[in-house]
Design a protein around this ligand. Structure first.
Ligand code: CP
Ligand code: NVA
Length: 308
């Protein structure tokens, strides 16, 4: 049987995202009208978490219920995965019992090995390298507010982490530009994330310069999950990389601010920006639900006709 995985943003092409966003608009509208839509009524999603989560767990679990299916939460803390059962064996077993699997884990290699041994589609719910579901929601949110993101400039301020890497992949697919500003020693690694060239990003040592003229300013925590031992060092290294009102004032007047959350007010973003008029972080979080419902529908049922 032919099926697709969603392990990184460039697993899908532009046309597939256009389709997913069209489905998302319809699914969101039906949900807001309290209209029942149960296309996955006999399907089961397993969600494997190796790291903490609020949004990802809730949006997948609620999303699957709202599509008529069931979702099962598995944590490595209390499954055999946490006691050393090989990823390959777990993939073979779990994928015989459910229709779809979402995984949040550490190295991307883990999810790749899982996918290679799975009989069903695998969704990346965040790895050290990528967070494709979040960027799908972010771009959908940008389009809701401002229309096409093609030709726009996104300023990424802070760590070259999973969010940054995924923005860089998305820029090639949607044809926009990312101005990246990271502190010394936290540079991006374009080869590692498979970028095809240098035309869709530009590096800036000074974060203020990266933001000039941007349509969207975005950042993330200085210390991602799995890097906690570096937290104190990172507080020093990232001290100049707080998105505050002064920095935002350099972007376009109608620039949006995004953050995948959870956020640390006073570190990577000031409270005034996060809670201010340019911030769309709550819509960004909500759209995880709607975009992922379209994603699950697509992975399990393929392309459907509009309005069905
Ligand atoms: N943004 C995001 O993925 O949030 P959680 O860690 O709460 O899932
Ligand atoms: N970069 C963050 C994102 C959390 C949703 C992390 O990996 O911890």
């Amino acid at each position: 049987m032919q099926f697709k995985h969603f392990l990184q943003f460039n697993d899908f092409c532009r046309e597939e995202y256009e389709y997913l966003f069209e489905r998302t608009r319809w699914i969101k509208q039906e949900f807001k009208q309290y209209r029942q839509y149960w296309p996955l009524s006999d399907r089961t999603l397993a969600m494997i978490f190796d790291k903490n989560s609020t949004r990802t767990r809730l949006s997948f679990e609620a999303g699957m219920h709202q599509l008529g299916g069931a979702a099962i939460y598995l944590s490595t803390r209390d499954t055999q995965l946490g006691r050393g059962e090989p990823v390959e064996d777990a993939a073979r077993v779990i994928s015989r019992m459910v229709d779809l699997i979402m995984i949040r884990t550490y190295e991307h290699d883990i999810i790749k090995r899982f996918a290679e041994n799975s009989r069903v589609p695998i969704i990346n719910g965040l790895t050290d390298e990528y967070h494709p579901c979040q960027i799908m929601s972010d771009i959908f949110t940008y389009i809701e507010y401002r229309g096409s993101i093609e030709g726009r400039t996104v300023a990424w301020i802070g760590d070259s982490n999973n969010m940054c890497n995924t923005w860089l992949q998305a820029a090639e697919i949607f044809n926009f530009k990312v101005n990246v500003s990271t502190p010394p020693g936290y540079d991006i690694n374009p080869e590692r994330i498979g970028l095809s060239g240098t035309t869709h990003y530009e590096k800036f040592a000074n974060p203020h310069k990266a933001v000039i003229g941007a349509d969207l300013v975005t950042t993330d925590v200085w210390t991602s999950m799995g890097f906690e031992s570096e937290a104190e060092q990172r507080k020093n290294d990232f001290a100049e990389f707080c998105v505050d009102e002064e920095m935002m004032s350099l972007a376009k007047n109608n620039a949006l601010f995004m953050h995948c959350l959870p956020a640390h007010r006073g570190e990577e973003v000031s409270a005034e920006v996060l809670d201010g008029p340019q911030s769309v972080v709550w819509d960004e979080a909500e759209n995880r639900l709607h975009t992922q419902k379209a994603l699950m529908e697509y992975l399990l049922l393929g392309k459907l006709d509009a309005g069905s």
